[in-house]
Structure formats: structure tokens, C-alpha cells
Design a protein around this ligand. Structure first.
Ligand code: AMP
Length: 554
């Protein structure tokens, strides 16, 4: 028997219309670095999004399913693109501006982007790539920039160049939005994969809509129209974790950092604009903590900070609690999971140390994300907090495949999708009987020593709790006797000296003695990927090439 309910497609168009009408007075504030932030209401953003859709459709000939790329910082115009492009039936393709040139070129060609919206400040990055970009017909330059850089591009390869404001000015402020199927593509994002070609994840209108509801939920980020969110996480990194679309649903005000992502301007914008929520990877919060320790600012407006993208060291969480009175809440997710997978709010009644035990996990799954752990022998492991396995997930905002390329079939590599359709995350961990996930490693980063697994993340967390250590990354290196052993690379705090024996003693009090690394090296910085995660393959390569100054303790 069928239900008697209406069948209304869940689309980004509905989000756009809702935000502009119901939360028309909420604002998007973009930091400009000159003391005069740019402010726009949701209503203004909604109208400008309509004008952008007209410009793209009527002037540039963009139609249903066409890819429109953005190479932009977090700002109001990027928000307009986030709403306009999917609503008109085209596909928003966010480009990661930190990728190396060859990968960026590959991605634009693979997606067959017809238009690129680019911040003027990023033209130096894009202009040299243009001769290799086969599908790009139009460049829309947003904000000031040196367009003479485009003169060097041979005429035959040069797309038509438009200025954003001129392009949208005077366009109609109403749009007869198309009736979209909720399963049509709304947006796409390529993973910053460490092996093989980058892989495109294509989000549907339905997945964006449902994910936005969950982002706003109290036990996720809890975004409401009474609050202001500062998404430091880039809009090119899994749609800024879903915050922009979620904002147009809940009406939360947005504070956009644009290109001012260094600790000092971040501290300044928090102090003056007083956001209540923020989101970024641990590296950003490490930097901010150091900045605030050196030069205190008032950041007490922050009620909750979502931290994810890589494991959050418990020492960082405690420092934010104790020194700044700011609560970091860990979340786990991937490009393939939109990204919201888990959020670490402790259960009712957990206090003191018990509360901390929950806060340092990756968190609980929302109702729409099903999870299972697959053990080394391929069997499903119990949720007992001890049995480790690779995490597999499924749900309405989890990828079922990767984009195969224009006109090509989707890709379902066996190492990423199980035969029964679950996403293989490549993350290894345990789940407690009350549903809290604790990740111990990436499958490829686990250290296999003498038949036992050592968690590199666990070692890092302990080492980073030492007062002399600013950052630490642990990788597996080959060992004749044990197969693999951990190598600890550490970044020392200013003024500290390397005392490996002391670090070893510190660790011996915290982990099993056979897990304690013998090999140690001080590095200037831990190498990071384009989205701020520890880049362990670079560390392994430096070790293999003999570039690290390694001390081996007896
Ligand atoms: P990406 O698709 O680039 O966002 O990378 C996703 C990967 O980041 C996951 O598969 C995890 O390995 C890692 N990751 C994300 N959040 C966390 C977290 N809270 N703790 C540990 N690893 C994380």
C-alpha cells in the first residue's frame, strides 16, 4: 500500500527559495582584510543567485547537467554560485586551489567544465593552466585581479573572459526554476586521493538536502538562525562540510574568511565578528592556539567548534577547553560521505573523565549513516570497543560510485565499494556498544610490527601531549626483525630541544612498551596535503631517501 503523502523532490532550489524568503535578514559577511567586511543579506544573495543563473543560462548557454567550476575562496559570491548553479540544473564543481597544476588540469578536463568562476586573486594560479584546459569556454572573474595575465594565453586557447559583477548586473530577479529530479547531480568534488587519478564524487540534490538537515541537527553542528558560523574549512573541501547549504536552511549567519586563513586574521575576525560556531581541520586550530597564546584575543563567542578531516589530538581539545573556554567537537567524514559521518557529542550523563573518553572518539553515527566493521578475515566485527576492522558505511548521502567522465559509466573500484554496495572507507577502528567510533588509523598507515598492529594516531596523540612537542607524525618504516616499526617525526615547540630519551619515557608511561618507537627525527614541519592532513607518504619517502636525521635509541 502506498502512502498518501506528497512526492516533493528534495532540491537545492528549495533551499535557495527558503533561505531567501524565510531567513532573508540573515547575513553573509566576507572578510576583506581592510577593516570593512562586505555584508550581504540572504535575500540579496538569493536575488544575485537568480541573476547569476540568468547570466549562465541566457548569456553563456549553460544548460542542464553542464559543469560549472569554481576556483574560489569562501566568500559571498561563492555562496551565490553554490545556490544558483544547482538550482538551474547545472552542476557546481568546486576546484581545490591547493592542488598541484597537473592534477587541477586533469580534474577540469575530466569533469569537462564549460565555465570557471575564478576569484581575481587566483588568476596567477589559473592562467598558466588555460592552454591545457580543453573544455573551458568562459572564465568569469570575481573581484579584482590582474586579467593581463590572460594575455599570455594563445588566442586559440583563450576562453571568453567576463567580469562577474558586469555579467550579472541588470539581469531579471525572478527565475522560473526547472522541475528537477532529486537524484540529478547538484555538485561535484574530486577527492585529494593519494594514489591513482583523483576521483570525482557527484552529490545529488537529494543528498545535499538531507545532509543539510543533518548538519543543522542539534547533535551534529546544531546551526540555528540565532548563531553565526565561521567555515574556515574551504568551500572546495567537501562543500565546506555542508555548512553553506545548511545555512540557507537554518538561517545561520555566515562569516566567510575569504583568503585570510592565517592565524592572526582568523583571531581578529573572531574577536570582532563574534561567531558562535566555526569549523576547520586540526592544523588550523593548532595555529590559532599558538597565535592566541602569543597574543591573546577574545574568542569566547565560540560556543562550539567542529573539528575534523584528520584525528584531533586530545591535547588540542583540552587546551582549547582550559585556556580558551572553547569546546572543540570532533567529527569524522570523507569527500565520499558529503562529509558528515560521525560527531562526538558525549551521551547523556557522561561527566568528568568519562565525558572526555567520549569526546576524544570520532563520535556517533546519525540515523541516516549505517556502519559496519570488516575484520582482517572479511567477517563483520562486533561493536564491543575492542574488535578492530575497516569501517564500511552506507546511507542517502554516501557515494555509491565515482564519476567516470563525461558520457562514461560510473566507476566502482573494488577497494572502495563492497559487492553489496557499501563504501569502504579505508579507515580502521573500533565501535563501542553504544555506537561511538574510534579510529586507530588509515588502513594504509597502520604499523604492522611482529604480527601486531600499532596505531600511528594513538602514538601521535600521546607524543603531541608532551609540552616540548608542537606536532608529531608517526609512520611505519621497514624493520628487519619486526617487519615494520614506528618512526616518530616531531616538530618541537619554540625554545625546546630534542630529548628523545625523555620522550620515550613519557610514552612508556602511556602505551605498551613494544609500541614505543626507537626511531626519532626532528622536522621543521609535518608535510601536509592540499586539505591540511598529515602527508605520510612524503614522510615515508623522505625516510627511504635518507633525507631525515634519524636517531635510533637502543
Ligand atoms: P577527505 O575525503 O579528503 O576529506 O579525507 C577523508 C579522510 O580523512 C577519512 O577517510 C579519514 O581518514 C580522515 N578523517 C576525517 N576526519 C577524521 C577524524 N575526525 N579523525 C581521523 N581521521 C579523519
Amino acid at each position: 500500500m502506498l502512502s498518501t503523502m506528497q512526492d516533493v523532490p528534495l532540491t537545492v532550489t528549495r533551499i535557495l527559495v527558503h533561505g531567501s524568503l524565510v531567513h532573508g535578514k540573515s547575513t553573509v559577511t566576507t572578510w576583506t582584510g581592510d577593516g570593512a567586511p562586505q555584508r550581504r543579506t540572504f535575500r540579496e544573495i538569493g536575488v544575485r543567485a537568480i541573476q547569476l543563473a540568468h547570466a549562465l543560462g541566457d548569456e553563456l548557454g549553460i544548460g542542464r547537467g553542464d559543469r560549472v567550476a569554481t576556483l574560489m575562496w569562501n566568500n559571498a559570491e561563492h555562496m551565490e554560485a553554490y545556490l544558483a548553479i544547482p538550482s538551474m540544473g547545472a552542476v557546481l564543481h568546486t576546484l581545490n586551489l591547493r592542488l598541484p597544476a597537473d592534477q587541477l588540469t586533469w580534474i577540469v578536463n575530466h569533469a569537462a567544465d564549460r565555465v570557471v568562476l575564478v576569484n581575481g586573486t587566483l588568476l596567477p594560479l589559473l592562467a598558466p593552466l588555460l592552454p591545457q584546459l580543453r573544455s573551458v569556454e568562459h572564465l568569469v572573474v570575481v573581484g579584482p585581479g590582474d586579467t593581463s595575465l590572460l594575455d599570455a594565453v594563445p588566442a586559440g586557447n583563450r576562453p571568453q573572459v567576463h567580469a562577474y559583477e558586469e555579467l550579472i548586473a541588470g539581469r531579471p530577479t525572478r527565475y522560473d526554476w526547472p522541475e528537477l529530479d532529486e537524484l540529478e547531480a547538484a555538485a561535484m568534488c574530486y577527492t585529494s586521493g593519494t594514489t591513482g587519478d583523483p576521483k570525482g564524487v557527484v552529490y545529488s540534490h537529494r543528498s545535499v538536502y538531507l545532509h543539510s538537515l543533518q548538519v543543522n541537527a542539534a547533535e551534529s553542528m546544531g546551526l540555528t538562525s540565532h548563531d553565526t558560523s565561521l567555515p574556515v574549512v574551504p568551500m572546495f573541501h567537501v562543500n565546506a562540510w555542508g555548512i553553506p547549504h545548511a545555512a540557507f536552511m537554518s538561517g545561520i549567519n555566515l562569516l566567510m574568511p575569504d583568503r585570510f586563513l592565517q592565524p592572526a586574521p582568523l583571531a581578529e575576525m573572531i574577536e570582532s565578528e563574534r561567531p558562535t560556531h566555526a569549523a576547520a581541520v586540526p592544523t588550523i586550530w593548532q595555529g590559532l592556539l599558538a597565535e592566541l597564546t602569543a597574543k591573546p584575543r577574545d574568542v569566547t563567542s565560540l560556543k562550539q567548534v567542529t573539528i575534523g578531516g584528520s584525528a584531533c589530538p586530545p591535547s588540542l581539545m583540552k587546551a582549547f577547553d582550559e585556556q580558551l573556554g572553547v569546546r572543540l567537537v570532533q567529527a569524522w567524514g570523507m569527500t565520499e560521505t558529503s562529509p558528515l559521518g560521525t560527531v562526538a557529542h558525549p551521551p547523556a550523563g557522561a561527566e568528568g573523565e568519562e565525558e572526555w573518553d567520549y569526546r576524544i572518539t570520532q563520535g556517533r553515527f546519525p540515523a541516516s549513516v549505517e556502519a559496519r566493521l570488516i575484520g582482517p578475515d572479511g567477517s563483520v566485527m562486533p561493536w564491543d570497543g575492542r574488535s578492530a576492522g575497516e569501517l564500511e558505511v552506507r546511507g542517502p548521502w554516501i557515494a555509491a560510485a565515482y564519476f567516470g567522465g563525461a558520457g562514461e559509466e560510473p566507476l566502482r573500484p573494488e577497494d572502495k565499494f563492497s559487492p553489496d554496495g557499501w563504501l569502504r572507507t579505508g579507515d580502521v577502528g573500533v565501535i563501542s556498544d553504544d555506537g561511538y567510533l574510534t579510529l586507530t588509523d588509515r588502513a594504509k598507515d597502520v604499523i604492522k610490527s611482529g604480527g601486531e598492529w600499532i596505531s600511528s594516531v594513538d602514538l601521535e596523540n600521546h607524543i603531541m601531549a608532551h609540552p616540548d612537542v608542537a606536532e608529531a607524525a608517526v609512520v611505519a618504516v621497514p624493520d628487519e626483525r619486526w617487519g615494520e616499526r614506528p618512526l616518530a617525526t616531531v616538530v618541537l615547540r619554540e625554545g625546546a630541544t630534542a630529548d628523545y630519551a625523555a620522550l620515550r619515557t613519557f610514552l612508556e608511561a602511556r602505551v605498551a612498551h613494544w609500541q614505543v618507537p626507537e626511531r626519532w627525527a626532528v622536522v621543521q614541519a609535518v608535510p601536509k596535503t592540499s586539505v591540511g592532513k598529515f602527508d605520510k607518504k612524503v614522510i615515508r619517502r623522505s625516510y627511504a631517501d635518507g633525507e631525515l636525521d634519524v636517531t635510533q635509541l637502543p
